[in-house]
Design a protein around this ligand. Structure first.
Ligand code: SF4
Length: 361
């Protein structure tokens, strides 16, 4: 297959098919991909602003029935270090968030069998009552699937109730790799591919802002990575034109430390820097209808984060005041607000602080 022909299609924003994506991934020189992805970054986001934000990740609970093989964070009910975050803890964490200039909470955590939809509705309402300007970027498709099954509600009903209680946007958590073959091994108890996509389709119908993610570098093939991107692109193209849909796409590598995948199956993280750059560039090229590509500086670190900005990414995400899931599996990069801005400047761009909807603040 002719690489030049694929490059031209990509530059004209014509959707690439799976075969073309695989050829790009396996045969295109990295510098070609970076060049094209950079051009496309300028089509979607002209100029030299790189987004970043301040938010705080609070884990609702670490009790989770799912026990995903890549998760070193979850605990079983009754474990000595199992917890459900208390109101007092939320208050002290949110006070600290506000004192650092942030107003968004990323609420994630385990799927705790004791917590049903009334728990989340009460929590969201209470937090919004205490902090009316607080933004809640919370849960993810697996939790919505779980709550729908537990409460015998449709995805529309679960999402509508949560939006009414204060949910502002839905993270693309739990996508991992959108392949049921892969999910059967790494997260068999979690939402299937079609369930994940159906929740996001419903969120897009309700005009709830969402993000899409990919956690790669474990047992998936290159073909499955490309299929993942195409599923996300095709869902995005089905959304109503004036609705948010997927505001951003964020790929990050599997962190192996202490995980079942490593301990039981000997599967190490397949991460290496040049491959991350390739993934960022390929994401920008295949996702021709998603405006923002975020590099996960928290997992890949400063240098690869900076290089990503020359490979199609236009955002470095959050300084993430607290994060426990990927850091529990070995990601230890931490940056404060000053460092984040200086990294962006050092890479040759202008830092632009933004909110969860990618609006400059
Ligand atoms: S990754 Fe999430 S869903 Fe999976 S076991 Fe960990 S907390 Fe549970």
């Amino acid at each position: 297959m002719d690489l030049e022909h694929i490059y031209l299609k990509a530059l004209e924003l014509i959707p690439l098919n799976k075969e073309e994506g695989i050829v790009l991934y396996t045969h295109a020189p990295l510098e070609d991909l970076m060049f094209i992805a950079n051009k496309l970054r300028q089509v979607h986001n002209p100029g030299n602003i790189v987004g970043w934000m301040i938010d705080r990740n609070v884990n609702l609970t670490n009790i989770c029935f799912s026990q995903c093989a890549f998760c070193n964070f979850c605990r079983r009910k009754g474990s000595v270090d199992a917890y459900v975050t208390t109101t007092e803890e939320y208050i002290s964490k949110i006070d600290e968030l506000y004192s650092l200039g942030g107003d968004q909470l990323l609420l994630q955590g385990g799927m705790n069998p004791d917590l049903g939809i009334p728990f989340y509705i009460d929590l969201f309402k209470d937090l919004k009552k205490l902090y009316p300007s607080l933004k809640l970027h919370a849960l993810g498709p697996p939790e919505i699937v779980y709550l729908a099954k537990k409460e015998r509600l449709s995805y529309n009903e679960v999402l509508s109730k949560l939006i009414e209680a204060g949910l502002d946007s839905l993270p693309g958590a739990g996508a991992e790799i959108l392949s049921d073959r892969v999910r059967q091994v790494v997260s068999p108890a979690k939402a299937s591919v079609s369930e994940w996509l159906d929740v996001m389709r419903e969120a897009h119908r309700l005009n709830l802002p969402t993000s899409a993610t990919m956690m790669y570098g474990h047992i998936e093939t290159i073909e499955e990575r490309i299929e993942h991107l195409i599923l996300i692109r095709d869902l995005q193209s089905a959304k109503q034109e004036n609705h948010y849909g997927f505001i951003t796409f964020i790929p990050w590598p599997f962190q192996d430390e202490g995980t079942i995948l490593l301990k039981k199956y000997g599967i190490k993280s397949g991460y290496y820097g040049p491959d991350y750059i390739r993934i960022i560039a390929i994401s920008r090229i295949i996702l021709n209808n998603i405006r923002n590509i975020q590099a996960s500086i928290l997992t890949v670190g400063r240098e690869i984060g900076m290089l990503s900005l020359h490979s199609g990414a236009n955002d470095l995400g959050s300084i993430m005041i607290e994060e426990n899931v990927v850091s529990a599996a070995g990601a230890n990069n931490r940056f404060n607000a000053m460092e984040m801005q200086s990294i962006i400047r050092e890479a040759g761009f202008v830092p632009g602080r933004r909110n969860q909807k990618y609006e400059q603040v």
